[in-house]
Design a protein around this ligand. Structure first.
Ligand SMILES: C[S@@+](CC[C@H](N)C(=O)[O-])C[C@H]1O[C@@H](n2cnc3c(N)ncnc32)[C@H](O)[C@@H]1O
Length: 235
């Protein structure tokens, strides 16, 4: 990878045909095969249409809730990092939301205040970025929090998130995000009402949600772009 200039990479072999998705032509025949890693209860996935989604979630209780919201998705209870390396070639689009606690400023502040011990930042985040940027022929996006350290690979920052992708995200704009700080766990957040589920830490579940409108805008940006080549944001 080049540290100074954006790297030009080729778009997927799977992309060139024309197809209607909703009302928009996006250059695709049939449903888009999507891998949704570290799925949670599916905030990023909520508004995607004409997709065939395989969702990977390690926590069976969370996976059950996801299944209620998205009964047509194929949900697999498994380790997402391992699933990715074994299956990434089977998909057109991959979204990954690896756990953020080891990268988050909340951790750094907790350590400084003596509330928690320091831990290594989990480098699986960067393993996935490097793997997909070099070996995946489709479009991908990896989402995480804004980290307390300078990111090792330059992301695009949108609101409270960092995104690494192999297509342009600079035009993605959303209205102001809801403030997650006030979430109690019992409200209907982004259209997710989890009050009927018996599960600990509902607050965390809701706080983890990516704004569905942001998830849709990022998904759309992958396929509505007519450019023959894309600039890799990973550099
Ligand atoms: C940040 S949340 C995902 C939020 C999701 N993108 C959304 O918008 O709703 C991360 C999820 O990854 C799950 N998880 C953590 N480690 C995992 C692993 N190794 N494999 C699969 N899922 C994992 C957690 O249980 C949690 O539900």
């Amino acid at each position: 990878m080049n540290n100074n200039k954006p790297t030009k990479i080729k778009t997927s072999n799977r992309l060139p045909q024309e197809k209607e998705i909703g009302s928009k032509s996006i250059g695709f025949k049939g449903k888009i095969k999507v891998l949704n890693l570290y799925a949670g209860i599916g905030g990023n996935r909520k508004l995607w249409e004409n997709v065939e989604v395989t969702a990977i979630e390690i926590n069976p209780f969370i996976a059950n809730i996801y299944k209620e919201f998205f009964p047509n998705d194929n949900i697999v209870i498994a380790d997402a990092h391992e699933y990715l390396i074994n299956n990434f070639e089977d998909f057109d689009f991959i979204w990954s939301s690896p756990p953020c606690p080891s990268h988050s400023d909340i951790r750094r502040c907790g350590v400084k205040r003596g509330q928690v011990d320091p831990i290594y930042p989990d480098m699986k985040l960067y393993e996935e970025i490097i793997l997909l940027n070099n070996f995946f022929n489709g479009k991908f996006v990896i989402e995480n929090v804004v980290s307390y350290y300078k990111p090792l690979i330059r992301p695009t920052q949108i609101d409270r998130h960092y995104f690494w992708s192999n297509y342009l995200l600079n035009k993605v704009k959303i209205e102001e995000e809801k403030k997650i700080i006030h979430i109690t766990g019992n409200e209907n957040f982004y259209g997710f009402d989890i009050s009927k589920f018996k599960i600990d830490n509902k607050r965390t579940l809701l706080r983890n949600l990516v704004n569905p409108k942001l998830g849709l805008a990022i998904f759309n940006a992958a396929f509505h772009d007519k450019q023959k080549e894309v600039l890799a944001y990973v550099k």
